[in-house]
Design a protein around this ligand. Sequence first.
Ligand code: SF4
Length: 291
Amino acid sequence: MPRPRKSAESKPERPARPQKPPAQKSPRKPEFSPTRLKTFLACPMMYRLEYVERLGRFYHRARAGYAFGSTLHQTLQNFHESGGSEAVSAEQLVERLEADWQSQGYRDAAHEQAHKEAAVRILATYHAAAAERVDTTRTFLTEKMLKWDLGPFLLTGRIDRVDEHTADGALEIVDYKSGRLDVTEEDVRGTLAMSIYQLLVKRHWPDRRVFATIHALRGGVTASASYGDEELAALEEDVRGLGLLILETDFQAVRPVPLPHVCPDCDFLPLCTRAWKREGRNYLGELGLPG
Ligand code: SF4
């Protein structure tokens, strides 16, 4: 005999569970690094293509300079994180280079070998200079991302290294420049990234004296500069204004404008050239470039 089917009505209804309201996530604030700010200042169209339309992966070319710098940064980061010259010999530092080496971007094997030999010389000089600082400094942090809330956005900066001076606790921001033979105090003062790094470190450790150093690795020389409190406050206001300007920019309305000092080295030049051609303009000719 078939069993009577239970009708849906006969099922006792469970009381509905009270639904939790979905957690309200506050939207993430935009973040502006020195590179982003510098890109906008150099060319708003470049900013649009890089950060709004995110087309960089299709246009960026592998460059030997980038691979060389990236390798040295990695090797020096490992060196300092492993205890510096007290724990790592010059020979071990060079061995580390082999493990970290990035091969992309070099024209051919000879080009790559020449860069490798240059890197070995750089590391030998670097190791000797690091050994001279052992009694006066200690590594405070390496490859650290610092952020500071400027209201509508966060100011960010990834710092190669900060050393603490044992005499007075001063914090020295050190930035490696792998392609440079020399550097001056004016270079340090005039570099937006170095100014922003000082601002970030000072805001995080306000009771410390803070100064910034560029280490020109190829020449084995350094130069330092320091911003006073008033200069940092003025910089903070300038950066806030620049960040607001970026946030308020209608990037869909931004068009490529030929910039003689920027376009020739810009990876987006083929893209902008097509836009200029569609407008029937010979901007490449105006820039003095073959087209
Ligand atoms: S090619 Fe010139 S206009 Fe185009 S994004 Fe680059 S710098 Fe800007």
